[in-house]
Design a protein around this ligand. Structure first.
Ligand SMILES: [Zn+2]
Length: 200
């Protein structure tokens, strides 16, 4: 297809870099953005800049947060005796949408994937072990996607936690292999959570 140069090309090129946005969607978004008021575009641009500038990781669970401690860790209504281990912050939001869990989280920060240069030391496993030593949890739940990298991560975690004194469980799969938590519908996630299996 011949490339058509237009005044919107620089904007379309930027939008195309976003995940899940192809050339057609980018063009649609670009035409939408020039159809709204300048003020509306400024609000969007300001939110983008503000969010990116001020977002950080919760010092306790590594969820995304504007504060030092995220809204989950600082809540009084969470069950602080349950810990759910997830790979990425977006997984927390998938599980929160499913509304099946009310404990705390620990975000590893990715998956073990030596081919991509991600080794166990790159993840927040040391922080996890330290947390398990310092705080008491009645149950630790591993909620990691079932994929090649996800399974390698889960396997490694289990070996690190084999001497942990309290029960460890894993989401029931239930979840289709390769499914990402944040693309899984809420009822499937609820079932995967309530049907979680003891691994130790
Ligand atoms: Zn937190």
């Amino acid at each position: 297809m011949a490339e058509i140069k237009s005044p919107l090309t620089p904007l379309i090129d930027q939008l195309c870099k976003l995940p899940g946005v192809g050339a057609k969607s980018a063009q649609r978004l670009a035409f939408h953005l020039i159809s709204v008021t300048t003020q509306e575009v400024e609000v969007l641009a300001n939110v983008l800049t503000k969010t990116r500038t001020h977002i950080k990781y919760c010092k306790s669970c590594f969820n995304i947060s504007f504060e030092t401690t995220c809204f989950i860790c600082s809540s009084n209504s969470r069950d602080k005796t349950q810990l759910c281990i997830v790979a990425e912050p977006k997984d927390i939001y998938a599980l929160e949408r499913a509304n099946e869990y009310n404990g705390l989280y620990h975000v590893l920060g990715g998956y073990i994937s030596p081919l991509d240069g991600v080794y166990p030391e790159s993840l927040r496993i040391e922080e996890l072990i330290l947390k398990l030593k310092k705080s008491h949890f009645n149950e630790v739940i591993i909620a990691i996607n079932s994929s090649i990298e996800g399974d390698a991560t889960t396997l490694y975690l289990k070996s690190c936690l084999k001497n942990y004194k309290n029960p460890i469980s894993q989401l029931a799969y239930g979840l289709p292999v390769g499914a990402e938590l944040d693309y899984t519908d809420e009822s499937t996630l609820q079932k995967a959570f309530s049907g979680r299996q003891k691994v130790k």
